[in-house]
Ligand binder design. Structure first.
Ligand code: ADP
Ligand code: TRP
Length: 322
């Protein structure tokens, strides 16, 4: 069973990315042929238009993933654009993609609904994503709920290619990532770069502590008992601690007579401790960017081998190769 997923390098990773995606990618790794993860820089090009920034964010994303435990001996890590076979496959899929299918896809639809003009890259985004998946004969694609529509498009395109040209592609399945890990941001809404409410995984302890102190809380009096389940500060705290600590904090909420400052301090301590080792590992990788590039180079070589086989299969099927 081959697992594949991609993550866009559009900003530094936040707790939502870690608990909602990255941690689960890391849990799913096993051997490099069956766990493929890539930095989707071609997709990011639809939003990041500064070349130096895109290069920096791409290397940062790779360094972050390695520091967080993505292990090149147990997974293949590479940069999307280092596998040009995918872009070629994308064209083969583009021919035969009904416009109506792409018009219904939400990234494009949302942008249009906001009155913005979308480019062809954003419109065709799901086709490139389908090529990413099909190029490696992927069986399972772990993604957040927002990406499920794109996996459906991928399955549609693969099935219709197979129907027209004969069995060529493996039909993948989405594995929806654990949604109980829908991480709230500092304002209680879903944590997201677009809402400016993020807490970054690699934030240094001091500024992180300050950001945590600024998390919005309600202004009910300290004496009043509170329901922990509906409180985003409690939800954030729960991400980092074991059941006993969680229960004990829940009891404090139900008793009342505590200050949110106390919870924030406990949250900051737990978060700083949780990412302490990753921060140290990141400093080591940061000091040797060539090591990171070497890992990405090895990953790309391995990925290209597989993508080359699948591309040739597709080229033969549709008649652009003898
Ligand atoms: P953002 O909303 O900050 O732009 P992305 O869309 O780049 O984040 O997120 C990449 C992946 O990280 C998503 O597919 C999703 O699985 C996960 N993710 C992002 N934000 C959260 C969150 N608040 N809670 C849980 N998972 C999240
Ligand atoms: N579109 C995905 C996102 O924004 C990233 C991505 C690109 C991806 N290609 C992929 C995810 C292929 C899974 C499989 O999160």
């Amino acid at each position: 069973m081959r697992v594949l997923s991609g993550i866009q390098p559009t900003g530094r990773f936040h707790w939502g990315n870690y608990f909602g995606a990255i941690r689960q990618y890391i849990e799913l790794q096993g051997n490099p042929d069956d766990a493929l993860y890539f930095i989707a820089n071609l997709h990011a090009l639809t939003t990041v238009r500064d070349p130096d920034e895109l290069r920096r964010l791409t290397l940062d994303a790779a360094t972050d993933l390695l520091a967080l435990g993505l292990d090149p001996d147990r997974a293949t890590l590479f940069v999307q654009s280092d596998v040009p076979e995918v872009s070629e496959l994308c064209w083969l899929l583009m021919t035969g993609t009904p416009l109506g299918l792409l018009e219904r896809c939400h990234a494009y639809k949302d942008k249009k609904a906001r009155g913005l003009t979308a480019d062809a890259g954003l419109f065709a985004y799901p086709v490139l994503m389908a090529a990413d998946i099909l190029a490696y004969d992927s069986d399972v694609v772990p993604v957040g709920e927002d990406q499920v529509q794109h996996i459906e498009v991928c399955r549609d395109l693969a099935a219709s290619f197979n129907h027209h040209f004969g069995e060529t592609f493996v039909l993948p399945k989405a594995k929806i990532l654990d949604t109980s890990a829908r991480v709230p941001g500092t304002d209680g809404e879903k944590m997201s770069k677009s809402y400016d409410n993020t807490l970054e995984v690699f934030e240094e302890p001091k500024p992180l502590g300050k950001k945590i102190m600024r998390i919005v809380t309600d202004s009910r009096p300290m004496e009043e008992p509170k329901n922990p389940e509906s409180d985003h500060l409690f939800q954030l705290y729960s991400l980092f601690v074991d059941d006993d600590a969680r229960e004990s904090m829940a009891a404090t909420y139900r008793r009342g007579g505590f200050g949110y400052g106390q919870v924030k301090k406990a949250l900051a301590d737990a978060a700083i401790a949780c990412f302490q080792q990753a921060r140290e590992r990141r400093r080591e990788f940061e000091a040797q960017p060539n090591r990171v590039r070497e890992i990405l180079g090895d990953g790309a070589a391995r990925a290209r081998k597989k993508a080359g086989e699948v591309l040739l299969r597709a080229q033969r099927a549709c008649g652009v190769k003898p």
